[in-house]
Design a protein around this ligand. Structure first.
Ligand code: TRP
Length: 364
């Protein structure tokens, strides 16, 4: 069976380092290692509109931001098909058919949707239908491309489960047609859910605790130096705590063994550094400076690449247009398969026409 990787992001803001360790870095790695048949990465503007219907400009403007972020981390349009969700109308048609495979109560039980409904203050019956049903459209996103592997964060787990249920139900009714995808989660807990710079559970634009991939060096420095650490670690001699300490969580997500030789040869490993910190005698500032060096080394080439692409915005749109065309061709194939399976391919089904003709001839 072929291996098809697919994932996407809502264009509601620039992408941050939480997106990076949660999924972007993995995508680039997969892209460059090869060993799969095709990778699709898309900008989920139609999904973003499900709870930003009154804010089309925000979505529209962030499409290009996300595209620039993609290119700047190293996604390569020569290897990876990058496209815009709304440009693939086949996805809407698939969603419409999948709606018959899902109950209202099943959607109500989707934990991610539940949380989002609370966060957005949609009370009771005032949830937009489009928002409520976006897990169905997400199943269309995934199955339209026969995706087998979906690299996303933990919060997307319920979406993947929902997709698999739709696939199974569809295949049960109409015969083997759709491919069941598997989720690909980050391999370490820090990457799974990177906290904000304030130590809050999640990096999120609305909390103002993000480090963006496009932040310049001075902004990065300011953000790292004011990061939340351990409130009980007041004097250098005090023992420090790692639990909930955002600086150490970021180190778990970004630090590689070679960073010690390069930036802080006094320590041989992250474990040694942690041991000193918890023992006491190691100040937060020193650890933050180390983290800053690591982040700066990781983000500098990303920033530089972004600057280059920013110089040729029309070319970025052109890349998206081509990617969308390629994606549309693939989605159209799947849709034809789905229509055939659902027996709504009347005009291509000579057998149906012949059978009906025969039936009426016999009656005459
Ligand atoms: N829900 C995802 C997010 O909020 C975006 C998304 C839409 C997606 N469709 C998808 C991710 C399909 C993976 C596969 O970021």
């Amino acid at each position: 069976m072929s291996k098809i990787i697919l994932t996407g992001d809502r264009p509601t803001g620039r992408l941050h380092i939480g997106h990076y360790v949660g999924s972007l870095r993995r995508r680039v790695q997969l892209q460059n290692e090869g060993g799969y048949d095709k990778m699709f990465v898309f900008i989920a503007d139609a999904q973003a509109l499900t709870d930003n219907a009154d804010n089309p400009d925000k979505v529209r403007e962030n499409v290009i931001e996300v595209a620039l972020d993609y290119l700047s981390v190293g996604l390569d349009p020569a290897k990876t098909c990058i496209f815009i969700q709304s440009q693939i109308p086949e996805l809407c048609e698939l969603s419409f058919y999948y709606m018959n495979m899902v109950t209202v109560s099943r959607l109500q039980r989707n934990p991610t949707v539940k949380t989002e409904i609370q966060q957005r203050g949609f009370g009771g019956e005032s949830i937009p239908v489009g928002f409520f049903t976006y897990p169905i459209s997400q199943a269309a996103d995934i199955t339209a491309f026969d995706a087998t592997t979906v690299p996303v964060g933990e919060d997307q787990k319920p979406m993947l489960e929902q997709t698999c249920e739709i696939v199974r139900r569809f295949n049960h009714i109409y015969g083997e047609t759709l491919v069941e995808p598997a989720i690909l989660l980050p391999d370490n807990a820090a990457c799974m859910r990177l906290p904000g710079t304030d130590g809050k559970a999640k990096m999120s634009k609305s909390l103002g605790n993000c480090i963006y991939l496009s932040d310049d060096s001075a902004t990065l420095k300011k953000k790292v130096m004011s990061m939340y650490t351990d409130p009980e670690h007041i004097h250098v001699e005090d023992p420090g705590h790692l639990e909930g300490n955002a600086v150490f969580t970021y180190l778990d997500a970004f630090c590689r063994p070679e960073h010690f030789a390069e930036f802080w040869p006094e320590y041989e490993s992250l474990d040694a550094l942690k041991a000193h910190y918890t023992r006491g005698g190691l100040g937060d500032m020193k650890v933050k400076k180390f983290l800053l060096k690591i982040l700066d080394a990781e983000l500098a080439p990303i920033r530089a690449r972004r600057k280059q692409y920013e110089q040729d915005i029309p070319a970025v749109y052109e890349m998206l247009r081509r990617g969308s065309e390629e994606a549309r061709a693939k989605a159209a194939e799947t849709l034809a398969r789905v229509r055939r399976a659902m027996r709504i391919d009347y005009f291509d089904d000579q057998e149906l026409i012949d059978a009906q003709a025969k039936k009426y001839k016999q009656q005459a």
